[in-house]
Design a protein around this ligand. Structure first.
Ligand SMILES: C[S@@+](CC[C@H](N)C(=O)[O-])C[C@H]1O[C@@H](n2cnc3c(N)ncnc32)[C@H](O)[C@@H]1O
Length: 276
């Protein structure tokens, strides 16, 4: 009794994902199965429908229903100087390499609401590198990108951000880089001047050329192994010779085709460097 229902569900899911891909160009078929199903079920519940296939006409004819699904598929949890040890390692081990370049291109792939990119701009500013840096921060979630561009975050998050910044080796006050208003803080426009926020889908869009440093942290975990491999190849192809790739703590390159073309810069912090 359970077997055929599973098969029906798989078939309906395939139809839904094909319809979505045909109409909107989003490929969710290679996202980690369990989290994809959780979100599909949630949208069935929200829309009061019984079958996965009932979502097909809804997503095709109601763009706002589909936009809500995309938003749900995109987990935008992030913070300033997230995993401070990682930023400390960047400062200690990678900044000296960056200092040897006349111009530095950095790509944050899957930047969510932008805190990681502002953290990078602050770190590079403190190391005297910001003026020769261009930071690209991309995501496939337009709402997150709109937020990122404002550089405005809740003031109540500042205590955590200050603590992260300090643990990451920051020697000033993080509040020096923003001004307060009502219940929020806005990071200085001077930082944003060096950041270009843009829509880029890691599943369907192409390489971002000749980057010296790429951060793609806490994004690959949402993809199945096959898609992780494809995206890692895309990131690798976007690096310049001897470029540096950073992934999230719970992610790894071991099983990917690029694994043996990278050397370890910091094993614990998952920082790698192109061998040639
Ligand atoms: C958990 S956040 C990570 C944010 C930041 N990198 C960090 O570590 O704090 C994951 C981000 O990946 C983005 N994402 C998921 N799938 C994507 C795709 N196919 N292309 C681009 N971004 C994607 C989501 O929209 C979300 O903003």
């Amino acid at each position: 009794m359970t077997e055929p229902r599973e098969t029906d569900q798989d078939f309906e899911l395939k139809l839904l994902l094909t319809a979505v891909e045909e109409k909107y160009g989003y490929e969710f078929g290679s996202y980690a199965r369990a989290s994809l199903m959780r979100r599909v079920r949630r949208h069935m519940q929200m829309s009061g429908v019984e079958h996965i296939s009932d979502l097909i006409p809804l997503f095709l004819h109601d763009e706002s229903a589909f936009a809500a699904f995309v938003k749900d598929m995109s987990v935008v949890v992030t913070e300033m100087f997230r995993n401070p040890d990682f930023f400390k390692s960047l400062r200690e081990n990678i900044v000296p390499i960056l200092k040897t370049y006349p111009f530095i291109k950095v790509w944050h792939a899957g930047c969510a609401s932008g805190q990681e990119a502002y953290s990078m701009a602050i770190l590079l500013d403190e190391e005297g590198l910001l003026d020769r840096c261009q930071i690209y921060a991309t995501d496939f979630n337009d709402q997150a990108l709109r937020h990122a561009k404002t550089g405005i975050y809740p003031e109540e998050d500042m205590a955590l951000y200050e603590e992260n910044y300090r643990q990451a080796g920051g020697t000033k006050e993080l509040s020096k880089y923003c001004h307060r208003g009502y219940d929020s803080v806005k990071f200085n426009g001077r930082l944003a001047e060096h950041i270009t926020f843009a829509n880029h889908n890691l599943v369907t869009d192409g390489v971002f050329g000749e980057m010296n440093l790429i951060l793609c942290r806490n994004v690959l975990i949402y993809f199945n192994q096959d898609l992780q491999n494809r995206v890692l190849q895309l990131l690798f192809d976007s690096l310049c010779s001897r470029g540096i790739l950073c992934i999230g703590k719970r992610e790894n390159i071991q099983f990917s085709s690029i694994g043996d073309q990278l050397e370890v810069a910091d094993r614990n912090q998952k920082i790698y460097r192109k061998k040639i």
